[in-house]
Design a protein around this ligand. Structure first.
Ligand SMILES: Cc1cc2nc3c(=O)[nH]c(=O)nc-3n(C[C@H](O)[C@H](O)[C@H](O)COP(=O)(O)OP(=O)(O)OC[C@H]3O[C@@H](n4cnc5c(N)ncnc54)[C@H](O)[C@@H]3O)c2cc1C
Length: 408
């Protein structure tokens, strides 16, 4: 039997997919957002990071297909390119290039506003889901059998709930700046590849870059830089100057005759976190945190939206088994997001520990071995656990490095 009413705060990726899940179990689902441009397929102020590269990992795409079986047809109709992460991707770093071969890691590529627009239109067609435009400031403004918070990374959770969630929260500094411009894809100098990555490797390489084709014959070029946001230039000349700093010169070459379709968007992210409401004794039993409000990661591994989808699938499973409690949902979410969190930590260079050395050495070995690279893509796309990265040579070398570092 369906329960009465579910309320969702936030109509970003997490809120929209949560609405699809809850609509199966509640007579009425209300989804509230303060931003009037939701679903507009345009970058919008409620999701300031939306103008930047947003890849959806293979695991995320598979979960989306479970909830919206026609979604890949919609991607194809929207001229979203299909990318093989090995064959179609030139992926460089300061130590070499990853191998190119036909892999199983193939995903559709699109902008964040496009994905949100598609999801918004699909969710709008569900008869028992209703959208409301309103800024919500306090939990007491919401009434429902369950309340899902999906307000994103800047949502003032403590003030909203009247609780201090800090005890259960892990914070890590990142200090990363994204600069992005959308180009006409046909004006770019791609050779025999469709997607380009230059991988950051601080402290030596603090600048990385990506060019990724997206819907409607467009491509998004993003420069990613570690460091405090001292002099963020937002003009096109500043973007080109930064592009020239991306090591190897390939990024600059691809863009050299490029026709820009937008100005330069800039976003600085100072830190990442994982909240643990399950550890807060007076956390309300009918409130569920999903998406960035629960866990906001270093974006370099493109895991945030997939993390929200993993939580939505978990919500669906717990509702079906009738074992849904806010505590178990948050505990299981934390367990399932452990791998993305570890990868994010690695990407943020917080501490040169064993895992850090191991992954660095493993990535080096991936450049020479298709089979290792295949495993890496499986883990990167959250399809396989990190145990599948076990490799004897990397283990020994990382152990030696860690011991050497300990005695340093
Ligand atoms: C620079 C950058 C690049 C990224 N790249 C990737 C990537 O490549 N791949 C990937 O998967 N992830 C990426 N991410 C992460 C991704 O953006 C997030 O994980 C994802 O957007 C989380 O979705 P969400 O629905 O939780 O939050 P959001 O998308 O932020 O949505 C929150 C919603 O809540 C609404 N809202 C907020 N406050 C209120 C209020 N008081 N009342 C009513 N409504 C409210 C907002 O208007 C908004 O619609 C990136 C992040 C950054 C910063």
């Amino acid at each position: 039997m369906k329960r009465d009413k579910a309320v969702i705060l936030g109509a970003g990726i997490a809120g929209l997919v949560a609405a699809r899940v809850l609509a199966e179990h509640f007579k009425s689902v209300v989804i509230i957002d303060k931003d009037e441009k939701i679903g507009s397929m345009q970058p919008r102020s409620g999701v300031a990071q939306g103008a930047h590269l947003h890849v959806l990992l293979k695991r995320g795409q598979e979960i989306l297909r479970e909830f919206f079986p026609d979604i890949e047809k919609i991607f194809a109709e929207g001229r979203c390119p299909k990318i093989d992460w090995a064959k179609d991707t030139l992926w460089e770093s300061n130590t070499g290039v990853f191998p190119r071969y036909a892999s199983e890691t193939i995903t559709y590529s699109f902008s964040r506003p496009f994905l949100e627009g598609v999801l918004h239109s699909l969710v709008s067609k569900i008869p028992n889901v209703r959208f409301v435009k309103a800024p919500i400031e306090k939990l007491s403004e919401l009434e429902g059998d369950i309340i899902v918070l999906a307000g994103g990374q800047n949502f003032p959770c403590n003030r909203f709930l009247g609780l201090d969630l800090e005890d259960g929260t892990t914070h890590l500094p990142i200090q990363i700046t994204y600069r992005s411009v959308v180009y006409e894809a046909s004006s770019l100098n791609f050779a025999d590849f469709k997607q380009y990555y230059y991988q950051l490797a601080p402290p030596l390489d603090n600048v990385g870059a990506v060019i990724c084709p997206i819907e409607n014959g467009h491509a998004i070029a993003t420069i990613v830089e570690y460091g405090p946001p001292l002099s963020i230039k937002t003009d096109f000349a500043g973007f080109r100057d930064k592009a020239a700093l991306v090591p190897g010169g390939m990024f600059y070459k691809i863009l050299s005759n490029g026709k820009p379709l937008t100005g330069v968007s800039v976003f600085h992210k100072a830190g990442m976190y994982m909240r643990r409401p399950q550890r807060i004794s007076n956390f309300p039993e009918n409130v569920f945190c999903i998406g960035d409000i629960f866990c906001s990661l270093n974006p370099v591994f493109g895991q945030g939206m997939t993390g929200a989808l993993i939580q939505a699938k978990l919500l669906s499973e717990l509702l079906k088994s009738e074992r849904l409690s806010s505590k178990s949902f948050h505990q299981k979410s934390a367990n399932q997001l452990r791998l993305p969190y570890l990868l994010s930590k690695f990407g943020s260079q917080v501490k040169a520990d064993f895992f850090y050395f191991y992954l660095k050495l493993f990535l080096l070995r991936c450049q020479k071995s298709r089979s290792l690279h295949k495993k890496f893509l499986g883990v990167l796309h959250l399809k396989k656990s990190y145990a599948s990265l076990a490799d004897g040579k990397s283990l020994v070398a990382a152990f030696v490095k860690t011991m050497w570092r300990t005695g340093d």
